[in-house]
Design a protein around this ligand. Structure first.
Ligand code: P6P
Length: 336
């Protein structure tokens, strides 16, 4: 072969997982990779629909409201059914939980091969779709628990976040980017639209330890707990040294910026959402796993997000997530 001709070298998600498994987990069976392939395939379809939303009849609402009491966007349903269908072909997925579904989808409760539970928000921030703001998919992967009696599906699902075996998100923005962790660091891939492949572009990402950017919807300022109001007032003082405020109103976009640039994202309790607005199982837990794997932190104001014992499928939680020093600073005000 002509030595001057170099093959187009790139590292796909599947290759990346395999290479790391060979080095770090030689006992791995390749099953996780098969599952992850179901997620990446579905997000490529979603990315295509999101990019052409104005051209195909997917904008607007279905006229229904979901279990969250939120108006369902057409793309919510498309994303939800695409992920469910794609994962449904993976025989190692036993249970699926979606923000859009009232109840879990039980594919194979008793089949020991179907050891994975996938929990996802198929299209977070979907109210932003019609105005072309970045939106995202968030996913969390658990394994079924041993010794659970048949029928006790919720016992497999309601596990604390530290039990996750993987977590990730896809942001549909100027480009489509996927970040994932299996507990061995955070790795980021960009979807190459020319060949429909996610290509590695950053490995072992670390969140900047500090960051003078806070991300919160300050319209609710008067409703926040006193300590949060004190923190937000402090950021505007000379002593704070000059903070910036960024709020996109799309969790995946606000988190993606925080992961890469540092700072802190807050969704504290409000009168309308006294337990917080964001969901524990398929929003806070996966992003907290990623944040901690990147050296950051995530809390509900009283405890580490990953230590919370879920009590309900669509349970909500307050969320403060980002650079460790910034999260600690928020806590110092909130708990004072
Ligand atoms: P608010 C989008 O609806 C979402 O679930 C998250 O993506 C986002 O962080 C949050 O709600 C925005 O909520 O109350 O500021 O509009």
């Amino acid at each position: 072969m002509n030595a001057s001709i170099k093959p187009i070298a790139f590292n796909t998600i599947q290759q990346h997982v395999l290479e790391r498994q060979r080095r770090l987990h030689p006992e791995a069976t390749g099953e996780f990779n098969w599952l992850l392939g179901g997620i990446t395939l579905a997000t490529k379809v979603i990315s295509d629909q999101v990019r052409r939303a104005g051209l195909v009849d997917v904008l607007g609402t279905t006229g229904e409201t979901n279990v969250q009491g939120e108006v369902v966007q057409k793309l919510d349903v498309i994303a939800n059914e695409t992920i469910a269908a794609s994962l449904g072909y993976r025989d190692n997925v036993g249970i699926m939980v979606s923000e859009e579904d009232d109840e879990p989808r039980i594919l194979k409760e008793l089949d020991a091969k179907a050891k994975y539970i996938v929990l996802f928000d198929p299209l977070d921030g979907s109210s932003n779709i019609d105005v072309n703001v970045s939106i995202g998919t968030i996913f969390s992967v658990l394994q079924r628990r041993e010794g659970i009696e048949a029928g006790r599906v919720m016992d497999h699902i309601l596990q604390p976040g530290y039990q996750q075996v993987a977590a990730g998100y896809v942001i549909y923005s100027s480009s489509t980017v996927m970040a994932y962790t299996t507990g061995d660091g955070v790795h980021m891939f960009t979807l190459d639209p020319a060949i429909g492949v996610y290509r590695l572009h950053r490995e072992n990402i670390t969140m900047p330890p500090m960051g003078r950017t806070y991300s919160v919807n300050e319209a609710y300022f008067a409703q926040f707990p006193k300590g949060i109001r004190e923190y937000l007032k402090w950021t505007k003082t000379e002593e704070a040294g000059g903070y910036g405020q960024r709020y996109i109103g799309s969790l995946v976009a606000d988190f993606h910026r925080t992961l890469l640039k540092g700072g802190v994202f807050l969704y504290p309790p409000t009168r309308k959402a006294p337990k917080g607005k964001l969901r524990l199982l398929y929003e806070a837990n996966p992003l907290a796993f990623i944040a901690e794997q990147a050296g950051g932190a995530a809390t509900d104001g009283t405890q580490r997000i990953l230590d919370k014992i879920p009590a309900a499928l669509h349970e909500r939680t307050p969320l403060v997530i980002g650079s460790k020093a910034e999260v600690d600073r928020v806590l110092s005000f909130w708990q004072s």
